[in-house]
Design a protein around this ligand. Structure first.
Ligand SMILES: Nc1nc2c(ncn2[C@@H]2O[C@H](COP(=O)(O)OP(=O)(O)OP(=O)(O)O)[C@@H](O)[C@H]2O)c(=O)[nH]1
Ligand SMILES: [Mg+2]
Length: 307
């Protein structure tokens, strides 16, 4: 249980259930999409590219009788670079701290080597694992049976549920099973709190998502976003945000700026519009680009950028 949770949150009626549930799986299987759907609100960024999520993202779902704290995690893969190794560590560490695990497999991709490693960890875990075969909207039902058989060999006696995180298919069943695995426990967070991420972090993530959606090849992977200023001007219902996009190569800078600044402008406009909807106020967003050669391989730079 996180130590910062106040005692006042512990006053609960008997029979109340609560716990922590990690969402894990290979990159791009739909973990963040699932988190957002289970919460009914977007709190984790999503893109068609693998390795979009870099940190552990907390999402809280409160009902009359229960509270689940979901932990969305970076995709687990055989990582070589330092940044990717750190991301995989975040995911593997999350597995040790939870009551339940949602293990996602992309039905089009099936089981790969990396999945065997995770399955081995889950076999020994005290957490209840649900195996979720995701993206069933993309394949015919007949394709599911061999994969289900494979999963039941890898992780015997775990429930396997085919879902579509994107379309919401079978998610009520998943929520029902999560409710059943939760131990009795208090409400850790006040009702209405959906995440413990700061507005600064959310702003940096939303900018990073727009970069992931708009740039190609290695550019998104060499990019990080830091927030330099986040000032609320209450009298004007305005938030002033200044952010820096860090790129690890000089040659990426002109691409991120675009012709006559078009790319940077588009990233900024899209991020601003989403932030305005999220925070319910006007946003003044200014973006800068800085070349930080090799930051993805530099332990200190990674720590500074929250990785
Ligand atoms: N058709 C379909 N697409 C999906 C489904 N779930 C997720 N996707 C898509 O798959 C892509 C990856 O989704 P994410 O939620 O970012 O995946 P992730 O597992 O969080 O990825 P990483 O953070 O990179 O590990 C996005 O383009 C999603 O729209 C699904 O059920 N059906
Ligand atoms: Mg993700």
């Amino acid at each position: 249980m996180p130590s910062e949770i106040p005692n006042s949150a512990m006053q609960e009626a008997a029979g109340h259930k609560s716990g922590f549930v990690a969402i894990v799986g290979r990159p791009n299987v739909g973990k963040s999409t699932l988190l957002n759907q289970l919460l009914g609100q977007k709190i984790a960024i999503v893109s068609p590219k693998p390795q979009t999520t870099r940190n552990r993202i907390t999402g809280i779902r409160t009902t009359a009788g229960s509270q689940v704290v979901f932990l969305d995690t970076p995709g687990i893969h055989r990582a070589h670079s330092l940044i990717n190794r750190r991301m995989v560590e975040v995911a593997m560490k999350s597995l040790r701290e939870v009551d339940g695990v949602l293990w996602l497999v992309d039905v089009r991709e099936g089981i790969r080597k990396e999945d065997n490693d995770v399955a081995a960890t889950l076999r020994d875990s005290r957490a209840t694992t649900l195996v979720l075969l995701n993206k069933i909207d993309l394949v015919s039902k007949g394709k599911l049976l061999p994969l289900m058989a494979q999963c039941s060999v890898l992780l015997p006696e775990r429930e396997i549920i085919p879902i579509s995180a994107l379309k919401g298919e079978n998610l009520p069943l998943v929520l029902d099973r999560i409710e059943k695995l939760l131990p009795e426990g208090p409400r850790y967070y006040p009702e209405g709190e959906v995440t413990d991420q700061t507005e600064r972090f959310l702003a940096a993530e939303i900018i990073r998502e727009k970069i992931f959606l708009r740039t190609r090849e290695e550019i998104p992977y060499g990019t990080a976003v830091s927030i330099d200023e986040f000032t609320e001007k209450e009298e004007k219902n305005l938030v002033v945000i200044t952010a820096t996009i860090h790129t690890d190569r000089e040659s990426h800078k002109p691409i991120l700026i675009g012709k006559k600044g078009a790319m940077l402008k588009e990233i900024g406009t899209q991020a601003r519009e989403e932030l305005e909807a999220l925070l319910g106020c006007k946003i003044f967003l200014e973006l800068f680009i800085r070349v930080d050669r090799g930051w993805t391989q530099d332990p200190n730079a990674l720590t500074e950028l929250g990785l």
